[in-house]
Design a protein around this ligand. Sequence first.
Ligand code: DQA
Length: 147
Amino acid sequence: MKKILVLHGPNLNLLGEREPQIYGHTTLEQLNEQLRRYARSQGLSLKIFQSNHEGALIDRIQAERHWAEGIVINPGAFTHYSYALRDAIAAVALPTVEVHLSDIQHREEFRRLSVIAPVCITQISGQGPQGYRQALKRLQEQSGATR
Ligand code: DQA
């Protein structure tokens, strides 16, 4: 798999200054640069997009559905309640990896449920920025088959 859409959900634009004790000090731009560097070393093509808006994320998934061969998404708080985002991922039927910087199983109760996870091939949580690279690797291993 070569072409991967990387999506960051709400409030992830504030990485670096947002609750650094939970999300760390790496900014979104630094994180994206790490991903671009990894992608270059692997011959992957990435399109990276962040939005605070549910509909904008859904629009991007739909718009890139014929270009992308896989999706890496950190849906932010949409993880826990956005059936619309879940339906968009199911609709395009691209192998999708869900990523969380923090360990969502060991925080507040409401974060334990992901309505996105059932339409993803795996969930990577609590690995910090490294989790995104793991997600790209997971998609590279994917044999091009859809979910
Ligand atoms: C998050 C975890 C979510 O619960 C939270 O709403 C976020 C970030 C993470 O990366 O750890 O915005 O997805």
